[in-house]
Design a binder for this molecule. Structure first.
Ligand SMILES: *Cc1c(COP(=O)(O)O)cnc(C)c1O
Length: 353
């Protein structure tokens, strides 16, 4: 089965060998306070910094998922009030959970076809201490530019960004935000069960100021452990090992970024040129389409036909999400998806249209 589901999705075939290696080396049984683990964690953080061009003063933490990261942002960093700007299901959920922790937190839902840049003017952000944005709205395939200067915020305001279905697949403008969060089962191409939280020095300074140590995963506790190259709880060592192996094996993110855009173009060209289905991109403006998740809209019968056609060829596509369940199909374009995988998809769709 070849999965184009937008996460969990196709896992790099190399991962199987890395898992075998972890077994052979006894990595799967190591203690997370042992020198071997410390060495592994340090090497992994170093290679992520290097291969993804993450600023050296930004710190990386391993947690269990992107969802956990949403909660950490509210618990460790939000002073009183976060503001959530969203146009899809993931941003909405994040806003919902944030409000349970800080009841004063608010949100603003914007049009599916709008950009953050367009809607940022006219927002009253004067008393917002943490601005929460979604770079990759996986539910509808929209992708946003993240830029601090778009917002009339206090210089002390933090910007936290959900980049769950783009991190590892495209270059992200790290300096334009203070918190970046993601899970590994999207662009990182490994099995689910590990999340990443990346913090700027400004985010750490906020954590210091608030001194929250109430939760096992408060940033201060994670940072104390990270300094020792340890983690605050027993982590998914196997996935950290695999992620390390992969970042060593894969090229620099600059190169992956170029490949992602090339493949996104192949996918777009295919859908524009094919005539068998009446489909359009859910997101009209090409500049606002997420290169890593393509969402196509059509009548439910066509959508069903596309999915069945693929299913017969052992290819899985993503269902529509929430409001768009019946009339959209989502196709992941993650780094694990090769141009040959795309050809396989195109062939099975073109066959007998
Ligand atoms: C998948 C996804 C999440 C949730 O990831 P989990 O690993 O299930 O916590 C959050 N935000 C976005 C944008 C996603 O695509």
């Amino acid at each position: 089965m070849l999965s184009f589901y937008p996460g969990p999705s196709k896992v790099y075939p190399e991962v199987l060998g890395f898992i075998q290696e972890a077994f052979d080396e006894g990595m799967v049984s190591i203690n997370h306070r042992s020198p071997r683990f410390e060495k592994l964690l340090k090497a992994t953080l170093d290679s992520l910094h290097e291969q993804w061009n993450i600023p050296t003063d930004y710190t990386i933490y391993f947690i269990s998922s992107a969802t956990e990261a949403w909660e950490i942002v509210s618990q460790s960093l939000v002073e009183k009030k976060s503001m959530h700007l969203y146009n899809g299901a993931f941003g909405k959920k994040w806003a919902h959970y944030a409000r349970q922790i800080h009841p004063e937190s608010i949100s603003h839902e914007f049009d599916l076809q709008a950009s953050l840049h367009d809607i940022s003017t006219g927002l009253d952000l004067s008393d917002t201490d943490t601005l929460c944005l979604v770079q990759s709205e996986t539910s509808n395939g929209s992708g946003q530019q993240i830029k601090r200067s778009d917002y009339a915020i206090d210089p002390s305001c933090l910007i936290a960004v959900d980049a769950t279905s783009s991190m590892g697949g495209i270059l992200l403008p790290w300096l334009e935000a203070d918190v970046w969060l993601a899970s590994v089962q999207k662009c990182m191409g490994i099995p689910a069960g590990l999340g990443l939280l990346i913090c700027s020095p400004k985010a750490l300074a906020r954590a210091e100021k608030l001194q929250k140590r109430a939760h096992y995963n408060d940033i201060l506790l994670m940072e104390e452990n990270r300094k020792l190259f340890q983690t605050h709880y027993t982590p998914n060592v196997l996935s950290i090992f695999v992620l390390h192996k992969l970042t060593q094996f894969l090229p620099n993110l600059t190169q992956i970024h170029a490949q992602t855009l090339e493949k996104a173009k192949m996918l777009e060209d295919f859908w524009i040129s094919q005539t068998g289905f009446e489909l359009k991109f859910l997101i009209d403006n090409p500049a606002l389409r997420l290169p890593t998740v393509l969402a196509l809209q059509g009548n439910p019968a066509d959508i069903q036909r596309i999915k069945s056609k693929c299913f017969i060829s052992q290819i899985e596509l993503g269902n529509g999400y929430g409001t768009w369940k019946e009339n959209t199909v989502r196709i992941a374009n993650f780094p694990s998806h090769t141009p040959a995988d795309l050809e396989q998809l195109f062939n099975s769709l073109s066959h007998g249209l």
